[in-house]
Design a binder for this molecule. Structure first.
Ligand code: NDP
Length: 453
């Protein structure tokens, strides 16, 4: 008989926590999972899933316009935000139910309440006040939107709120140039909201390839987003009709709604990690080794709470690796290199591997860069200016492909398959030997010619 109530206690029923909890339960371990919100985590409840539905919703506006060039007559077009919001919430609730079921069906106990550390083997459940013990504890509490403490910050919404707006504003000011700011600027503009995106840098999407950043900005403008650069907010003032936001250079922008998309932070405040002696970094992230183990030997952490690569599929892989390490006797240090990812702007962006600046820093003049830019045939007939851009980067004499960057429709789907090629270490010759699928966007990736320097 174990001296603990549970073999594994998971705090947080998001992507990483649920995967680890379910797998441990399937292995016959006695598992409990605590979740203070709805099961599903950021991805299902207030992230990837509802966001992608909003993108789908926003894209219909452009599609309806294009449809007329394809022979359709469409009259009486209007958009009902509350209808879309409510159908998304119905779907989110359905998915959340699946997350609960999957745990319970496999024998795990789900506590719908917050859990906090009492010590390294004990957590207290907040509603009931009950204390339970576990041999191993997995922290999978994710992250939360964060904003700078400027004057009037309480007037701004953040991404969690954006899914549940009572009504669409006539105008919105989105602050930030990252994933969430850029995706939501496209969403609101696509729904007909007068959208300004104000960013403190000089091009959107820091960390992405320079050409991709340039093109992403142009595409935002084509969608109707008014992008403003080199602006840091200093104050938000409520007025009778909305808000006025002041920026560091004296610029003032009036708007109906202010949306701060200035990043996310690990959700560890008041989790009691100090009671267990768990070390965190300056942003509150649990510091872990390559096996997701914290400095306390029975406490592990996966997903956004560790602030490594903050993506749902990564949290899931880290959860699986944790199970291998702790219960399957096969230590698994999940490899965080060459993770393909996408930004769901309109059109979206798909990337895997190094950008050009990173490749040059790593391999100097041993890299070669192949690019193309073209108007996709669907846009040509629809008389849309939006272009597709692709960049492929190789290193060395063998021309191993080390980076691919695509801006264009379906690029997230395309990059998933190309991620396999980069992970497998394929070369440009392998790409060139592959016959094109015609007519597609993706075929361009097997016919790329070196960029004229
Ligand atoms: P990001 O880090 O991508 O963007 C935050 C933005 O806020 C940056 O432009 C940053 O500027 C700006 N910012 C930070 N602090 C301030 C400040 N004090 N004043 C003004 N601007 C500021 O975070 P997001 O919240 O957009 O996304 C969080 C993470 O979630 C992403 O990194 C990603 O891992 C994940 N995510 C993934 C998605 C996907 O896969 N499609 C979608 C959404 C989120 P600067 O660039 O100068 O630092």
């Amino acid at each position: 008989m174990s001296k603990y109530d549970y073999d594994l206690f998971v705090i947080g029923a998001g992507s990483g926590g649920v995967r680890a909890g379910r797998l441990a339960a399937q292995l016959g371990k006695k598992v409990a999972v605590a979740e203070e919100s709805k099961p599903g985590g950021t991805c299902v409840i207030r992230g990837c899933v509802p966001k992608k539905y909003l993108v789908y919703g926003a894209e219909f506006g452009g599609a309806i316009k294009s449809a007329q060039k394809y022979g359709w007559s469409i009259s009486d077009v209007s958009f009902d935000w509350s209808a879309l919001r409510d159908s998304i919430q119905t779907e989110v609730n359905r998915l959340s139910g699946i997350y609960s079921n999957i745990l319970e069906k496999n024998g795990a106990t789900l506590f719908n309440e917050r859990a906090e550390f009492v010590d390294a083997h004990t957590v207290r459940l907040q509603n009931s006040g009950k204390e339970v013990t576990a041999k191993t504890i997995l922290v999978a509490v994710g992250g939360r939107p964060w904003m700078p403490e400027i004057k009037g910050a309480e007037h701004a919404i953040m991404s969690d709120d954006a899914f549940l707006l009572d009504k669409l504003p006539e105008s919105i000011l989105i602050i930030g140039g990252g994933y969430i700011a850029s995706e939501f600027a496209g969403i609101f503009a696509g729904m007909g909201v007068k959208t300004v995106q104000a960013y403190r840098g000089d091009r959107l999407l820091k960390g992405f390839d320079a050409d991709v950043r340039e093109i992403a900005g142009k595409h935002q403008n084509m969608l109707g987003v008014d992008t403003r650069f080199n602006l840091s907010p200093t104050e938000i003032k409520k007025t009778s009709g909305g808000y006025i936001v002041s920026f560091d250079d004296g610029t003032k922008i009036g708007t109906d709604l202010v949306f701060m998309a200035t990043g996310r932070r690990p959700h560890t405040a008041s989790l009691g990690l100090e009671n267990a002696g768990v070390a965190t970094d300056k942003n509150g992230a649990v510091i872990v080794d390559e096996f997701s183990r914290s400095n306390v030997k029975n406490i592990y952490a996966v997903g956004d709470v560790t602030d490594r690569v903050n993506l749902t599929p990564v949290a899931i892989r880290e959860g699986v690796a944790f199970i291998d390490t702790v219960y399957n006797d096969t230590p698994n240090a999940y490899d965080h290199t060459n993770i393909a990812s996408a930004v769901f702007t309109q059109p979206p962006i798909g990337v895997v591997g190094m950008n050009e600046a990173e490749a040059r820093a790593a391999y100097g003049d041993k890299i070669e860069v192949y690019t193309t830019s073209f108007r996709p045939m669907k846009n040509a007939l629809a008389e849309k200016e939006q272009r597709c851009f692709m960049k492929l980067i190789t290193e060395g004499r063998k021309q191993r492909v080390i980076g691919i960057h695509i801006v264009g429709d379906d690029s997230p789907e395309i990059i998933q398959a190309l991620g396999i090629c980069v992970k497998a270490g394929l070369t440009k010759a392998d790409f060139d030997q592959t016959c094109a699928v015609h007519p597609t966007l993706a075929e361009e990736i097997v016919t790329l010619k070196a960029r004229a320097s």
